[in-house]
Design a protein around this ligand. Structure first.
Ligand SMILES: [Zn+2]
Length: 475
C-alpha cells in the first residue's frame, strides 16, 4: 500500500474516460460468500509504513502505512495511496474486540426530564454535526480522551475500538491547533445515518494544499450527533458485479456507488495492464470495504487500499464516504483518489505475477506502482533537495525501517523507477527486477541488467533529480 500524501493532485485523468466502459456488461449477481475471515492483515499500526497508502485522514490521521515510525507529515492531509504488498503472510492476527451484546436500555440512565427529540432537519443535522466535529478536535487539542469518547457512537464495539486506536495515533501525530474543521453539508444515508462533508484546514500540512476534505458518518443518539459507522448487519448483503476484467464485491450499503467504482477499477486495470504489459486471465476481485467491522485486522491508520500476495487475485479498497477512506483533495472528488489507489494496487497485483514482490526492494515495487498510477510528489522532492535530505538506495530498500517520512520514500521511489524506465524502457525495469530476484542484491542486479554499479547508478539518479527539479528550488 502506499501512503502518498496528497496524491490528490492527481488525477482527474482516469475518471474522465467516462465514455465507453466495460461497465456496460456489469451486472449485479447473487451474493457471494463473505470470506472476510480469510483476509486478515495486521493493523497499520503494527505494520509500518510500508505499503500502505493511507491517507491521512482528518488531519492527523496518518495515512501511513506504518505508524511504527510516525510521520507527522503523512498524518496530515496527505492522501496516501496505499498499496500493500505483503509478500509473506506475516499477518498478525489481530484480536478483534468481542462484540458485546447490546442491551438496549440497560445502561441508559436517562434523566426523566430528557427533552423530547426534535425531528432532524438538514440544517439542524449540520449544526449538530459541526458541534460534534468541534468537540472531536477540541478533545485532541486538549488530549482529553473522555471528551473524545463522547463524540463516538456507543453500541458498536468494533467502531469504538477503532476510534480508541485512532485516538492513540492522534496523540502521536497531532499537536494542538493542527486542524480546524468546517462541515460543508450533510446528507441522509438511511437507517438514521448521515454523512457530513468536512473541510479541514491543516496547520501542519506538508503538501501544497494545507487543506483537505473528508466524509464522515454520523448518527444522532439521545439528541447528540456522534461519529459512527454502520454495523455488519446494516451493511447488508455482499454482492458481486462482473465487468470485463474486474469482479467488484460490495455490500448493499455501497450499492449506489458500485457502478462508479467498477468503472474506475476497469479503467485502472486497462491503464496498468497496458503500461506493464501484463494481463490477467481471470477477473480480478476488487472488494469495497465500507466499515472496519468487515476488514478484520485493520484498524485506524491503516491503508486505504491493499494487495497481498497471499490472495493474488484480489485487492481491497476502502469505500469513499467511510472513515477509513481518509481525506481527499479539497473540493475534489474522492473517486479521483480511489482511482489512484486502485491503479497503484493493481500495479502491485499484476507486477507480482511477473516478478514476485517479495524478492524486490521497496523502492522497486512502490516506485513502479507510483509510476503506473502517475503519482509524483514534487513537493517532497523539492524539500528534500533543499535540505540535502534524500534517502539513499539502501535506505529505500525497506520503508518500514525509515525514521523519516514515508512520503519522501514514495516520492523518491517514483523518481528512481521513472529514471530507469526513461533510460532503459519498461523492459529495463523488468530486467532489473528479474536480476534482483536472481542475484539478490541491488548492485549485482544493476550490473547484470543495466550495466552500471550501484555507486554510479546512485550518482546518476541524483543528478537526474537535480536537473529535473533544480530550477524550481528557489520557489
Ligand atoms: Zn504500494
Amino acid at each position: 500500500m502506499l501512503t502518498v500524501p496528497v496524491r490528490a493532485l492527481l488525477s482527474l485523468l482516469l475518471l474522465l474516460t467516462l465514455g465507453g466502459c466495460s461497465m456496460r456488461s456489469a451486472r449485479p449477481s447473487p451474493p457471494v460468500a463473505d470470506d472476510q475471515g480469510v483476509m486478515r492483515e495486521p493493523s497499520a499500526v503494527r505494520r509500518g509504513l510500508v505499503e500502505q497508502a493511507s491517507r491521512a485522514t482528518s488531519a492527523a490521521r496518518t495515512a501511513l502505512e506504518a505508524t511504527a515510525t510516525p510521520d507527522r507529515a503523512l498524518a496530515t492531509a496527505s492522501a496516501s495511496v496505499g498499496a500493500t504488498r505483503q509478500p509473506t503472510d506475516s499477518t498478525i492476527q489481530r484480536t478483534e474486540p468481542t462484540p458485546t451484546k447490546t442491551v438496549q436500555h440497560a445502561a441508559k440512565v436517562r434523566p426523566r426530564t430528557a427533552p423530547v427529540q426534535k425531528p432532524v432537519t438538514l440544517a439542524s443535522a449540520r449544526r449538530g454535526i459541526q458541534q460534534t466535529v468541534n468537540r472531536y478536535y477540541e478533545a485532541l487539542d486538549a488530549k482529553d480522551v473522555q471528551l473524545f469518547r463522547t463524540t463516538i457512537v456507543p453500541g458498536n464495539p468494533y467502531w469504538r475500538a477503532v476510534q480508541e486506536e485512532q485516538y492513540a495515533l492522534w496523540l502521536i501525530n497531532y499537536a494542538e491547533g493542527d486542524a480546524s474543521a468546517r462541515v460543508r453539508n450533510v446528507r441522509p444515508l438511511g437507517r438514521g445515518y448521515y454523512t457530513g462533508k468536512i473541510d479541514l484546514t491543516l496547520a501542519f500540512n506538508r503538501d501544497e494544499y494545507g487543506r483537505a476534505t473528508q466524509d464522515w458518518v454520523f448518527r444522532r443518539v439521545d439528541g447528540r450527533w456522534k461519529l459512527a459507522e454502520p454495523t455488519r448487519r446494516e451493511l447488508g448483503t455482499l454482492h458481486s458485479m462482473h465487468g470485463t476484467a474486474i469482479t467488484l464485491e460490495y455490500y448493499s450499503w455501497d450499492a449506489a456507488q458500485a457502478r462508479r467504482v467498477m468503472h474506475l477499477s476497469e479503467t485502472a486495470y486497462r491503464t496498468v495492464s497496458s503500461r506493464l504489459a501484463v494481463r490477467s486471465r481471470q477477473r480480478i476481485r476488487v472488494r469495497l470495504l465500507p466499515a472496519y467491522e468487515v476488514s478484520p485486522g485493520q484498524a485506524a491508520g491503516e491503508s486505504v487500499g491493499y494487495y497481498r500476495s497471499a490472495t493474488p487475485n484480489a485487492l481491497f479498497l476502502r469505500s469513499p464516504g467511510s472513515f477509513g477512506f481518509g481525506t481527499y483533495r479539497p473540493y475534489g472528488s474522492p473517486y479521483d483518489e480511489l482511482a489512484k489507489t486502485a491503479t497503484h494496487e493493481l500495479a502491485h497485483l499484476l507486477a507480482d505475477r511477473r516478478v514476485p514482490l517479495g524478492s524486490l526492494p521497496d523502492w522497486m515495487t512502490e516506485g513502479l506502482a507510483e509510476w503506473v498510477s502517475g503519482n509524483p510528489r514534487p513537493y517532497e522532492i523539492r524539500r528534500a533537495l533543499r535540505a540535502d535530505g534524500l534517502y539513499s538506495l539502501a535506505q529505500l530498500a525497506a520503508f518500514e525501517r525509515l525514521t523519516g517520512g514515508a512520503g519522501l520514500a514514495y516520492a523518491q521511489s517514483y523518481e528512481i523507477v521513472s529514471y530507469v524506465i526513461q533510460t532503459h524502457g519498461m523492459n529495463g525495469y523488468w530486467r532489473l527486477a528479474r536480476a534482483h530476484r536472481d542475484h539478490g542484491t541491488v548492485d549485482r542486479a544493476l550490473r547484470a541488467a543495466l550495466g552500471v554499479g550501484q555507486p554510479e547508478f546512485e550518482r546518476e539518479w541524483r543528478k537526474y533529480l537535480r536537473d529535473k527539479y533544480g530550477t524550481d528550488l528557489g520557489r
